[in-house]
Design a protein around this ligand. Structure first.
Ligand SMILES: [Zn+2]
Ligand SMILES: [Zn+2]
Ligand SMILES: [Zn+2]
Length: 257
C-alpha cells in the first residue's frame, strides 16, 4: 500500500492569503500546505480522499492523471470544492467516476455542484464537466483491491460528523474534534495513522496537539502523521516537540505502511 499526502493544510492553506507571519513567509517547502487530501493505492487500485480546492495543483505536483474512485470525508468547502477538476479524471478514464460519501455529504455535493451529477457532458473524447456517480456509504465497502472501513468522528459544535477511513493497517482521520469510542475500536491494531492536528492551541472544530498526542498514545500506531495544520505550525519546530513515532505531514509526503 502507498499513501501520498497531496495536501496537509488548514482550510485556508499555508501561506494564508495576505498573511505576513514568519511561517507564511517561510521558504521551507514543508511550510507550504495545500488543503487536505490523500491518495491511497493498493495494487492497481487508486483512491482519492476528498477534493480539495487545490486538486488541480495537487495532481500536477504528484504526477497523477486518474483515480478509480473518490471518497469524501465530509462536505466542507476545503474538502469538496475542487470537484470540478475531476473532469480530467473522467477524461482519462473516459467514463463516469464513483463519488463515495455519507448520504448527507453526497446531498451537499449534489446541491452545490448539481451539474457534476447530470448526464455525462462529453463530446468527441472531451469532458466539459465532471460526471460523478453518487455512492452512499452505509457501512464497510470495497473499491477494487481496497477494503474500506468507515467510522464516525465528531467535528465539534453543530458541524456535521466526518468519516474516518481505515484501509487495512492504515487509517485517515481528518477534521475531528472528538473521537467516539467506536472510532477507537475501528482503529485498533493499525500500523500508520494520519490524524488531525490543527495547531498547538485548542480549536472548536479540530483536535490540537495535546489531544492528538493523547489519542495517539491510546491507539498506539507504529507511525502517526499529523495533518490539517494551519499557519501557526512551523514544520521544523513542530517536529522537534513530537515524541518518537509522530511527525508532521508535508505536501508530497509518501508513506508505505
Ligand atoms: Zn477541513
Ligand atoms: Zn500566516
Ligand atoms: Zn471540516
Amino acid at each position: 500500500m502507498k499513501i501520498t499526502v497531496l495536501g496537509c493544510g488548514g482550510s485556508g492553506g499555508v501561506p494564508l492569503i495576505g498573511c505576513g507571519c514568519p511561517i507564511c513567509r517561510s521558504p521551507d517547502p514543508r511550510n507550504k500546505r495545500t488543503r487536505v487530501s490523500v491518495v491511497v493505492e493498493e495494487g492497481p487500485t487508486r483512491i482519492l480522499v476528498d477534493c480539495a480546492p487545490d486538486l488541480r495543483q495537487q495532481f500536477l505536483a504528484a504526477g497523477l492523471a486518474t483515480v478509480d474512485a473518490v471518497i469524501l470525508t465530509h462536505g466542507h468547502a476545503d474538502h469538496l470544492h475542487g470537484i470540478d477538476d475531476l473532469r480530467s479524471v473522467n477524461y482519462h478514464r473516459n467514463a463516469p467516476l464513483d463519488l463515495w460519501g455519507e448520504p448527507d455529504t453526497l446531498r451537499l455535493a449534489q446541491e452545490r455542484f448539481g451539474y457534476a451529477f447530470e448526464r455525462p457532458r462529453t463530446h468527441e473524447g472531451a469532458w466539459y464537466a465532471p460526471a460523478l456517480v453518487p455512492r452512499p456509504i452505509e457501512g464497510p465497502f470495497a473499491i477494487g483491491a481496497l477494503a474500506v472501513t468507515p467510522f464516525r468522528q465528531i467535528h465539534g459544535g453543530d458541524r456535521d460528523p466526518t468519516l474516518g477511513l481505515r484501509f487495512g493497517k492504515f487509517a485517515y482521520s481528518t477534521d475531528v474534534k472528538e473521537m467516539p469510542d467506536e472510532a477507537f475500536a475501528a482503529l485498533e491494531g493499525i500500523d500508520t495513522w494520519i490524524v488531525d492536528c490543527l495547531q498547538v492551541r485548542p480549536s472548536p472544530a479540530h483536535s490540537h496537539l495535546e489531544q492528538t498526542l493523547a489519542w495517539i498514545a491510546r491507539v498506539k500506531p507504529r507511525r502517526a502523521i499529523l495533518t490539517h495544520m494551519n499557519h501557526t505550525v512551523d514544520y521544523t519546530d513542530f517536529a522537534a516537540q513530537l515524541p518518537s513515532g509522530v511527525e508532521p505531514a508535508y505536501d508530497g509526503m509518501t508513506i508505505e505502511p
